[in-house]
Design a protein around this ligand. Sequence first.
Ligand code: AVJ
Length: 331
Amino acid sequence: MMLITNQETKINIKYLENLSFTKDEVKEVMEGLTSIPKSLPPKYFYDALGSELFEKICNLPEYYPTRTETAILTNASKEIVEITGICELVELGSGSSTKTRLLLSAYDSLGKPWQYIPIDVSGEILKNSALQLHQQYNNLSILGLVGTYEQALWQLPPSCLPQRMIIFLGSTLGNFTYEQSDDLFNEVRDILTVGDYFLLGIDLQKPADILENAYNDSQGVTAAFNLNMLSHLNRCFDGNFDINLFKHQAIYNQEKTQIEMYLYAQKSHNVRLNKLDLDVSFQENEPILTEISRKFNLTQMQDFLASHKLKSVKYWTDENKYFALILTQLI
Ligand code: AVJ
């Protein structure tokens, strides 16, 4: 574990895993590449370049979620702060914290000291955004945790304020299977105390063409983002994926109401990952599933949250009902 502390500036960045891989993570990649169909965990998108590419995706004309959620947050932030009062904010997958700033500004304007705990797998983006946030907000202390959600939630220090709110924006929940989201909500419930809050941003179900365009953009940024996962894996596991031999495509699976992002091998060939002592063979046109992005139904999600003792206090949505923000409270 590495700790970068700067007492004067009230910023701490804690590396929970110091970029070495745990047995579970090795197992995940091994299992994904040896199962049929092949798959890889979406967290491998987010090395420094991947996080940058994702920021670009957020600004694409076809990619409506970020813009829509930002608009919702612009309207809702003041009200959220009025409901919750001052609290410690723990953010899962904070990335550049751009959207979160709307909320942070609202909390900071209360003029009381408070704490923000961003959690992200990319240390670079976390460090940079912590430095920027510190310059902007006077009352704020920042504890950045570099690691996976599981690692971070486990190691969360006791709240330094009477109340805490965990925030999970951008519909990142869409990457989780039903079972994984069930586990995550159980963890959230266990970490919060009664009266604490959980704020969730979810992408809602909508026509397939809108969804498929959002994940197959005309400038090829999403394709580059998807392919970059293979470069990241090459670095992590001393591998020899040739990104020129794979092609990006995203499809909407109507039955499962989820976008599925694939990389298709363009010809039959072998790939080796030295650190895993693993040889993988690909058939021509064989896909790797790199991500699911589930699209939700608002009422069903509220029920699902309620089944984890997370009671809906209020929700906000846009005029097209493309995206929703749900504020819940642990009962
Ligand atoms: C960060 C998981 C919410 O699913 O829309 C964007 C990631 N993948 N374009 C999403 C993503 C391709 C994004 N999440």
